[in-house]
Each structure stands twice: as structure tokens, then as C-alpha cells.
Design a protein around this ligand. Structure first.
Ligand code: HEC
Ligand code: HEC
Length: 317
């Protein structure tokens, strides 16, 4: 008589086992991935890291300023969280020196996830994460292993090196168009982009001031100066990498440019966009006098920096 019931119980148990086999993370990176996508990391369970760092847009946001809990707006544009593994510091002003330090900041930031880390740890200890942390670290969730897991996932988000540019560099002459090849030349020479955006990820990991700070109400981000207090650092921001740049607009720390075309117009003559810039780098002092064609080629080159998985996501004017 109870046979049917037994079968149901056995099936349910099996289902439960299978389910936990499917979802229990095998590695630190997998644990970090589950945390990155979990809204439990915010006070009202509404926001995950991925709410702002959207995987379909190379882990950046398409809004000028992302929304945190209660629809609050931050003050800086959300950058891609990809290609972080070689970075010596994090955030536009470089205020975090390690990825473990960085990943805890958005959790307790009142306009982002607004959840004190001790509270999150209590939540985690009272949930399925407890067993998963114990399996991964032989320890209950604490701030050290929480940041280790999140950091490991962020550092796993490296571009695979399959962009048209990478293939071209490896000798596939057809991988970039004529325009993109011409754009690379302009990027490296006439437009001087390469002087700041160099290396495998197109950043020299320095703080530079391209002239987006003039002390007015709308352009008052003092950048690195806020951390060091050194007048020489006024208006300096970390040079962002440019991989997947065609899918991560809007651009700059304040999201002031919608498109790459606008970014190029800006560099061509910064003065027409921002008057009285303070402490602007000598490299961006004189107009570049790019022709319309040269501007197009530069933009085309930046489109060649898109990983194959985002090729259909590039943002055009
Ligand atoms: C509400 C939106 C929002 C949420 C949620 C959020 N971030 Fe961010 N993230 C940002 C913004 C904005 C910045 C840039 C802030 C700055 O430079 O001051 C940033 C910067 C970063 C950076 C540094 C990028 C660089 O170029 O230096 C990393 C890495 C990162 N976030 C990872 C995470 C992780 C991990 C989480 C979840 C624990 C998270 N973020 C949650 C908006 C968000
Ligand atoms: C003096 C160094 C310097 C030079 C030269 C330079 N850049 Fe930049 N670039 C930066 C810095 C610093 C930022 C970030 C500024 C900010 O957000 O306030 C940036 C931001 C960008 C961004 C936006 C990145 C993002 O994620 O929002 C793009 C695109 C870009 N640069 C492309 C170029 C191109 C194209 C050239 C050449 C025409 C160029 N840069 C020349 C330093 C430089």
C-alpha cells in the first residue's frame, strides 16, 4: 500500500541529491561565481554584483550610473570587471590595492548593496553557503574567504585572446579589416592613444589626467588626488583597459560619452568639450587634427578589440 509513497520519497531524495550535485560549487572560482550572481549580497535582496557588471556587456553596465538598492544612483560609471588579473590597483582612483580589498567595498557601500559585511556573513552561515564554504576552505564563511572567492571569480574573467586584433597579431592578416589596420597605426602614432593605452590589455596601469576635471559642478571628480592628497594627482584617473570597449559604453568615469565616436571627437580636441581643464596631461594638450576618415578608422580599430563572444553586442551610434 505504501509502495507508491516509497517510490515518491526515493525519487525526491534522488532529485535532491542530483540537485545539490549540480549546484554545489567544485572550485573556489565556482563558489565566487555563485556569490557574484546572488542578490543575497544586498540588504534587500534586490542587487547582485551582476546587476551592475552585466555578463552580456562584458561585465559592465549600459547605464550612465548604475542603480543600487532602492534605485539609488552611484557617482561613477560601472567599468567592466574583466581583465583585472594583471591590474596593480582597482577603482578609478586606485583606492583598492588588492582584489580582495576591492570586492568587499560594493557590498557595504550604502548606494550599492548596502549590506554590512558581518551581516552578510551571518546570512551566509545560515544558508546552503555554509556547507559550500566548508567544502572549499574547511572553514565557515568569513570576510577572508568571502573576498577570496569573489576575487578568484573576478580574476577568472580574462579575455580569451580571440579578438580580431589578437588573431591579426598572431599572423592572420585577414582578421582585421583594412580600416582597422589603418586605425591601429593612428592609435599608435598620430593620435598617441598607445602612449597611455598599451600592454596586453591596453593600459599602462598609470594614473593620468585627460582633462575631464575643471572644478565645475559637473566636472569635479579629483580622482587620485582624493587618495594621495598630492596636487600633482588632481583629476588623475586610472587608465582603463580597452578590451571589449565597443560593448561597455557609456564611457569615462562619469559616463559622459555615449559612443566611441564621441570619445574620439573628444580626444581630437578636448578643449571643445571641457574648458579650463585643470592639470591636463601634456599628451592631450594640442588638438590631434584627425581627418574624418582617421576618426572612423580609430573607432573601427577599437571594435577589433571585442572578444568573439560579444561580437554581436557592439554598441554603434
Ligand atoms: C550598484 C552597482 C555596482 C554593484 C552592485 C557592484 N559594482 Fe563593481 N563597480 C561599480 C562601479 C560604479 C565601479 C567603479 C567605482 C569607482 O571607480 O570608484 C565598480 C568597480 C568595480 C571593480 C574595479 C574595476 C576597475 O577597473 O578598477 C571591480 C573588480 C568590481 N567593481 C567588482 C564588483 C564585485 C565583485 C561586486 C559584487 C560584490 C560589485 N562590483 C558590485 C558598480 C557596481
Ligand atoms: C594621457 C593618457 C591618455 C591618452 C593619451 C589617451 N587616453 Fe584614453 N583614457 C585615459 C584615462 C586616464 C581614461 C579614463 C578617464 C576618465 O574616466 O576620467 C581614458 C579613457 C578612455 C576611454 C573610455 C574607457 C572606459 O571604459 O570608459 C576610451 C575609449 C579611451 N580612453 C580611448 C582612447 C583613445 C582612442 C585615445 C587616442 C585618441 C586615448 N584614449 C588616449 C588616458 C589616456
Amino acid at each position: 500500500m505504501f509502495k507508491g509513497l516509497y517510490i515518491i520519497i526515493i525519487l525526491l531524495t534522488l532529485y535532491g541529491c542530483l540537485n545539490s550535485v549540480q549546484t554545489a560549487p567544485e572550485t573556489e572560482v565556482e563558489l565566487g561565481k555563485l556569490l557574484f550572481f546572488d542578490k543575497m549580497l544586498s540588504s534587500d535582496h534586490s542587487i547582485s554584483c551582476a546587476s551592475c557588471h552585466k555578463p552580456e556587456f562584458a561585465f559592465a553596465d549600459t547605464m550612465k550610473f548604475s542603480l543600487g538598492v532602492d534605485g539609488q544612483k552611484g557617482v561613477r560609471n560601472t567599468p567592466s570587471s574583466m581583465n583585472m588579473a594583471s591590474r596593480p590597483f582597482f577603482f578609478y582612483d586606485g583606492r583598492a590595492a588588492t582584489i580582495e580589498e576591492q570586492v568587499l567595498v560594493p557590498i557595504h557601500n550604502p548606494v550599492e548593496m548596502d549590506l554590512p559585511v558581518p551581516e552578510l556573513l551571518e546570512r551566509l552561515r545560515g544558508s546552503h553557503y555554509k556547507a559550500w564554504f566548508e567544502k572549499t576552505y574547511n572553514k565557515q564563511p568569513d570576510s577572508t574567504n568571502l573576498s577570496a572567492a569573489l576575487g578568484a571569480f573576478v580574476f577568472s574573467l580574462e579575455s580569451p585572446g580571440d579578438t580580431p586584433f589578437d588573431k591579426w597579431m598572431q599572423g592572420d592578416e585577414k582578421a582585421m579589416t583594412e580600416q582597422q589596420i589603418a586605425g591601429r597605426e593612428i592609435f599608435n602614432e598620430k593620435a598617441k592613444c598607445f602612449d597611455c593605452h598599451f600592454g596586453p590589455d591596453f593600459t599602462g596601469d598609470e594614473f593620468r589626467n585627460i582633462g575631464l576635471f575643471n572644478g565645475s559642478d559637473s566636472l569635479n571628480e579629483a580622482g587620485r588626488f582624493g587618495i594621495t592628497g598630492d596636487l600633482d594627482d588632481l583629476g588623475k584617473m586610472k587608465v582603463p583597459g580597452l578590451r571589449n570597449i565597443a560593448v561597455t559604453g557609456p564611457y569615462m568615469h562619469n559616463g559622459m560619452f555615449e559612443t566611441l565616436e564621441e570619445v574620439v571627437e573628444f580626444y581630437d580636441n578636448p578643449e571643445t568639450f571641457v574648458k579650463n581643464a585643470i592639470n591636463r596631461d601634456t599628451l592631450v594638450q594640442e588638438p590631434l587634427n584627425l581627418t574624418e576618415e582617421e576618426k572612423e578608422y580609430l573607432v573601427a580599430f577599437m571594435h577589433a578589440l571585442t572578444d568573439s563572444s560579444y561580437a554581436d553586442k557592439t554598441i554603434k551610434k
